[in-house]
Design a protein around this ligand. Sequence first.
Ligand SMILES: Nc1nc2c(c(=O)[nH]1)N[C@H]1C(S)=C(S)[C@@H](COP(=O)(O)O)O[C@H]1N2
Ligand SMILES: [Mo]
Length: 241
Amino acid sequence: MNTPQPAEEGRPIGRRVLLGTLGLGALGVVTAPTLQRGLEAFLGSAADKDPTGLTGLLPNGGGFRYYSVTSSVPHRTAATYRLTVDGLVDRPRTYTLADLRALPQTRLVKDVQCVTGWRVPGTPFEGVRLSRLLDAAGVRANGRAVRFTCFDGAYSESLTLRQARRPDVLVALRMQDRDLGHSHGGPARLYVAPMYFYKSAKWLSGITVTDEVEPGYWEDRGYDVDAWVGRSNGRDDDPTS
Ligand SMILES: Nc1nc2c(c(=O)[nH]1)N[C@H]1C(S)=C(S)[C@@H](COP(=O)(O)O)O[C@H]1N2
Ligand SMILES: [Mo]
């Protein structure tokens, strides 16, 4: 009741207007798994044409909703993707997708919970533990938190260093046992299993160790910084991890 609720994410009004604007009135019929690839490509182009940033109202396959706070998101391939780890570290580094794929991969299967209410059961995510990248970088003694930035140019997220080192926090390269598609934040997104899905920043491009938590995009708009599922944002969902 006292939790301020940002209106931008998942507000029901405007849906008809948005679908009309994008010419997507019949999208609800596109649900067959075999159409997922086409749907992903379609969502990418839909976001490119969405002046409202309300594409979160669109289905993203398998019970997911598609979210982007920007009207377009550039595509990154295995050839062009880069992830930079910097800030309060001894060994800053830029990883290619091949670099990340060459590291040990961790696969987790847990429910996904969005703060607007939708939940997707038992979803496999696979990738590199964030703790491994932080250890490789050598976090300095004054490092307390981690800031995440995205190649959409707008979204950001944050974790305390302690949260970031949890074994259920990944730089995910795969989801649902497939390489991450563009609409789900590919080639790489953050995956923070125990927190609401807004923590799982899509299109991840930067990991910066900082001396204090810098609230992320939605947190600047009212969401809780410590986003534990069931223990934040005034909600009582079952924990996811
Ligand atoms: N870069 C970026 N990451 C993001 C978002 C976003 O708008 N931009 N939305 C967040 C929210 S609120 C949710 S619920 C999930 C949605 O992920 P999906 O599009 O794969 O369903 O992404 C999260 N990560
Ligand atoms: Mo969300």
